[in-house]
Design a binder for this molecule. Structure first.
Ligand code: NDP
Length: 275
């Protein structure tokens, strides 16, 4: 299977499709990770707060896929924000993963009212310079947060991982990403199934013989975003990977674009501060 890669603004390349590990039980994570990698996924999205980094690392090793062919992401949790505590948190993540480096390290949420995300970003820059994270980025950053870290450090994040699904398409933020050469990575890409029966999705599924989930993942791919669906079922993992043998037409893409309601599944980054 040939799958697409995106070029990041630091010159590195990243698989466009990956799989996510949020809410995957720690005891099942090694198996889900190994299964996904053996099926052909090459990007695994984890986070310290998911509590399953040890399984993420075990699954990578158990898969037999060479380390340099797996793109590994983890994230610094809110309670670790600040310069020194971020350095410590990243080392703790690497220890749990049992890896010498991650491919991508993200700030999980800005938590703007705490005022620590610029210092946290400076720590990520250092971790990149030291080779502990090959690329660095952010998650759930709105335009003001992006402008601030770039303005204060001159370093543009490679990725902003944000909620995107047919009901929450974030056109303004994605236009800013395009301008700044930041890759958009879509979390909760299936939108809790809320658009599976929507006429534009159902019609494209009927025409292509694909499932609604596959149509939505293909829509993400054709918008140019990276996408990281989660499934703990081997059949679900396989289905979500099987999206490179068909294409949505321009009218189908345009019809799905009309489903945007600005309706979130997850928390609002402007106010989410959970420690
Ligand atoms: P997804 O949009 O990937 O949906 C996951 C749900 O959809 C599960 O219930 C899964 O069930 C089901 N599902 C998966 N594939 C199919 C399919 N083909 N057909 C029908 N149902 C399907 O949601 P997530 O919220 O997990 O987001 C994906 C990833 O994004 C996370 O795992 C995490 O890595 C990341 N994320 C990041 C956040 C951030 O703040 N940076 C926040 C939230 C998520 P089943 O397992 O039974 O298949």
């Amino acid at each position: 299977m040939t799958q697409p890669f995106l070029t990041l603004n630091d010159g590195r390349s990243m698989p466009q499709l990956g799989f996510g590990l949020w809410q995957v039980p720690a005891a099942a994570t090694a198996n889900v990770t190994m299964t996904a990698l053996r099926l052909g996924y090459r990007l695994v999205d984890g986070a310290a707060i998911y509590g399953n980094e040890a399984g993420q690392g075990h699954g990578i090793r158990a898969s037999g896929v060479p380390r340099d062919q797996v793109f590994v992401t983890t994230k610094v949790w809110n309670s670790a924000q600040g310069y020194d505590s971020t350095l410590r948190a990243a080392e703790a993540s690497l220890k749990r993963l049992a890896l010498a480096h991650v491919d991508l390290l993200l700030i999980h949420w800005p938590c703007a009212s705490r005022g620590l995300y610029v210092d946290t970003w400076r720590a990520l820059v250092r971790l990149r310079d030291e080779g502990r994270a090959l690329s660095i980025g952010v998650s759930n950053f709105n335009a003001p947060h992006l402008h601030r870290i770039i303005g204060e450090t001159g370093v543009v994040p490679a990725v902003n991982q944000i909620e995107v699904n047919p009901r929450l398409q974030q056109p303004g933020l994605r236009a800013l990403h395009a301008e700044l050469e930041i890759v958009t990575q879509s979390w909760t890409p299936l939108g809790q199934g809320r658009s599976f029966a929507a006429p534009p999705v159902a019609a494209a599924a009927a025409r292509t013989g694909k499932s609604p989930a596959q149509v939505i993942l293909r829509w993400h791919i054709q918008t140019g975003a990276s996408v990281i669906p989660r499934s703990t079922r081997p059949a679900g993992l396989a289905e979500n990977l099987d999206i490179f043998d068909f294409a949505l037409s321009e009218p189908e893409m345009a019809a799905i674009a009309t489903l945007d309601e600005g309706a979130r599944c997850g928390p609002d980054p402007a106010t989410f501060e959970m420690a």
